[in-house]
Design a protein around this ligand. Structure first.
Ligand code: BGC
Length: 466
């Protein structure tokens, strides 16, 4: 295939040759400029970095001897205490203007209706410290973890299967947003990747509560959509100018054989449950097709009200579904570049999902995109290739507002523990959690300072000597 960042040249994910499954063919060949005010920064999440989050469902899950987790989150990166070091490193380059992190519900509301002033003060300080370094806070209110008093609910398997969780979440959001106040809330994300939470937790059983039941997945999906719809006005009540959005995990999902009814049906079903139900709900206010367990319902009028003001796009991979394979996932071909998560690198898939997100009718922010790798030059290539692809979709007319790399530092990668390293800043776990900034941090900073992606700069980082 001709090296190109021309998004029109994107072939269907299932048909590309192995050599296209890499960042290299998609690197920019001319300087790409981004609009004024484009957001540049990094993202992380409370449970993955804070350490000592003992009061949520994940902590329990990590300590279940029969569960899938390879490690406890333990001290994580001790960001609860050491986040100023991370912020200093992000701000040092002078280009990053946004910083995304999440507030931990189980710290703020450790028991129902009991709010911790210490935790709220901590997050007020965190926002202030982000602002003091010239970056805008982007606050996520739920990033995978749920307090134990919510997850051990009496209905179904608790947490998101319990419809009461939507109101409980909205009350937590309202209290937290009021405590933070409008100046600390220029940007907010309600829920992070509800499709991942519902699918991994209630359909594949890999996340808490470890359920494998499509009806339970449907109920969890419905509660999460209601929770998002309730959280938007809850945030706006405290911070009317806050730009609020939900962040969606978006994969380029394709049937292995487009002529096979089984593969096409599987891909369609998975795509609907994992992402399309959310995109459609943002676009129309209607929630449809969740199967026999959940009647169709309305979350309300769209754009500017419950849908929010933007949608977060989180892209990491393609997924080629094959009904003849026991896991349904076609293995990646030999010769493909892969990440430490075992996924093939497929930058054009970002174009596919960004085009789909245009249907939501909202501005888009890439709120997560990143590569787990032991080779930082490949991380730089990943960033350049994905930005080049995103720029192509912007030229088609997508209202793209920013790019946030996942993740600020190496962190706790859920069931996979500390193996996959995504960070622009490494964490030396053998040296007191020392912060080790990588060249990719300088690379993102150079892009951010210039508000442009310059092939010469890309070449310098991607082809740097050892
Ligand atoms: C999640 C992060 C996770 C990342 C990499 C996203 O699905 O929001 O929490 O660490 O992907 O797997």
């Amino acid at each position: 295939m001709t090296p190109s960042y021309d998004v029109d040249a994107v072939p269907p994910a299932a048909e590309v040759p192995a050599e296209s499954l890499s960042s290299d063919p998609w690197l920019p060949t001319t300087t790409l400029r981004f609009p004024d005010g484009f957001l540049w920064g990094t993202a992380n999440a409370a449970h993955q970095v804070e350490g000592g989050n003992v009061n949520n469902d994940w902590w329990e899950w990590e300590h279940d001897p029969d569960g899938p987790c390879v490690a406890s989150s333990g001290d994580a990166t001790d960001a609860w205490h050491r986040y100023p070091e991370d912020l200093d490193l992000c701000a040092a380059g002078g280009g990053q203007n946004v910083h995304r992190f999440s507030v931990e519900w189980s710290r703020i509301e450790p028991a129902e209706g009991e709010f911790s002033q210490v935790a709220l003060d901590h997050y007020r300080r965190l926002c202030d410290d982000v602002l003091a370094r010239g970056m805008q806070p982007m606050v996520t209110f739920h990033h995978f973890t749920t307090p134990r008093w919510v997850s051990s609910g009496a209905v179904g398997s608790g947490a998101w299967e319990d419809p009461r969780t939507a109101d409980r979440f909205a009350r937590f959001v309202e209290t937290t947003a009021a405590a933070l106040g409008p100046d600390r809330l220029p940007w907010a994300c309600t829920l992070n990747e509800p499709g991942v939470v519902a699918t991994m937790g209630w359909f594949l059983g890999m996340f808490p509560p470890g359920v494998r039941d499509p009806d339970a997945q449907a109920r969890a999906t419905a509660t999460m959509l209601r929770a998002h719809a309730a959280a938007v006005p809850a945030i706006k009540a405290a911070a009317p100018d806050c730009r609020v959005g939900v962040t969606l995990a978006m994969m380029d999902i394709a049937p292995a054989d487009p002529t096979s009814d089984a593969d096409v049906g599987l891909a369609g079903l998975f795509r609907h449950r994992f992402q399309d139900v959310y995109v459609d709900a943002l676009a129309t206010g209607e929630v449809r097709g969740l199967g026999p367990a959940v009647d169709d319902f309305t979350i309300g009028a769209t754009s500017g009200s419950v849908a929010g003001d933007f949608v977060g796009c989180q892209y990491y991979q393609r997924l080629v579904l094959d009904a003849t394979v026991p896991t349904f996932q076609r293995p990646e071909p030999d010769g493909a570049e892969t990440t430490l998560m075992g996924q093939a690198v497929w930058p054009p898939g970002l174009a596919v999902v960004l085009r789909r997100l245009r249907d939501a009718g909202l501005p888009v922010v890439i709120t997560e995109n990143g590569m787990a790798t032991a080779d930082d030059r490949r991380r730089c290539a990943w960033i350049a290739a994905h930005l080049a692809v995103a720029h192509g979709v912007m030229r088609e007319g997508l209202d793209l507002r920013g790019y946030l790399y996942w993740s600020t530092t190496d962190n706790f990668e859920w069931a996979l523990g500390y193996g996959p390293t995504f960070g622009l800043i490494g964490i030396d776990r053998d040296d007191g959690l020392a912060r080790v900034p990588r060249p990719s941090l300088s690379f993102l900073n150079e892009i951010a300072v210039g508000n442009a992606l310059d092939p010469a700069v890309v070449d310098r980082y991607v082809n740097a000597a050892d």
